[in-house]
Design a protein around this ligand. Sequence first.
Ligand SMILES: NC(=O)c1ccc[n+]([C@@H]2O[C@H](COP(=O)([O-])OP(=O)(O)OC[C@H]3O[C@@H](n4cnc5c(N)ncnc54)[C@H](OP(=O)(O)O)[C@@H]3O)[C@@H](O)[C@H]2O)c1
Length: 273
Amino acid sequence: MIERKVGFCGAGLMAGALMEGMLEAGVARAEDLYAADPAPQRREAFGRRLGENVFADNAAVAAACRVVVLSVKPPVVPVVAADIADRLTADHLVVSIAAGVPLGALREVLGTGRVVRVMPNTPALVGAGAAAYCAGADVTDADRELVEQMLGAVGVCVQVAEKQIDAVTGLSGSGPAYIYMAIEALSDGGVLMGLPRDVATTLAAQTVLGAATMVLETGRHPGALKDQVTTPGGTTIEGVRALEAAGMRRAFMEAVAAATEKCAQLAREPEAQ
Ligand SMILES: NC(=O)c1ccc[n+]([C@@H]2O[C@H](COP(=O)([O-])OP(=O)(O)OC[C@H]3O[C@@H](n4cnc5c(N)ncnc54)[C@H](OP(=O)(O)O)[C@@H]3O)[C@@H](O)[C@H]2O)c1
């Protein structure tokens, strides 16, 4: 159970997923969660879960909570920082989930090094996220534990060095799009071979989920799991040969590399966004 009060500046999709996940996983009590958002309908939505702990003003969240989550779009981060910087004390931890905003920039606008930068991904909205975080200089072990509990409520969470965050963006940040394409393509293959679309898509998506669960739950190398299902001279190795001929593994590696490079370029030249 998280014993500190946690407040979200920005009551949007991602904050909602984190709030619901934390409540459902039992790592936080509703009375310990707060939120601020300028939009009345967003305050109303959060108010249904958090009662009176929802404000229009970010500074009220920083005053009420010792953990403040910046859950606004990246261009809004300096606006929220200006609202809360005066309220931050040495006891505050700030957790930013804004994509592409570096720890150095957060430290500068917030005036504290007790900052964590998180790269979440969209499946957090269904409790199956893959997030990575990096920690600023003044972050404590207890802060890290809190961040892992918070993000662990909506999926898995790992710590990385900040220089690895672009690669996280290229892999798990952008990765859901690659896998949606893989599911769509598998489904197309099923339709080509005579399956109805709904049946093909269900089988394709469940196969991806099942294979991923096998990797995570057995801890075995994916290559070893592939070997286990390829009978000598059988059907699956024929499919594997077709994928190799089409350069499937190289295509996935190139996708991660291209997205990582684009992310690094956007960090260098934000005006290119
Ligand atoms: N969604 C994802 O899958 C995902 C994945 C990775 C990273 N992220 C990161 O997560 C962050 C939040 O994304 P999201 O999808 O949750 O965005 P979102 O749904 O648009 O939520 C942001 C919320 O902040 C509100 N807001 C705007 N200005 C504000 C201010 N000055 N103070 C307080 N709140 C303000 C917005 O209100 P209005 O709508 O009225 O402007 C909106 O309700 C982003 O930085 C994004 O990069 C999201």
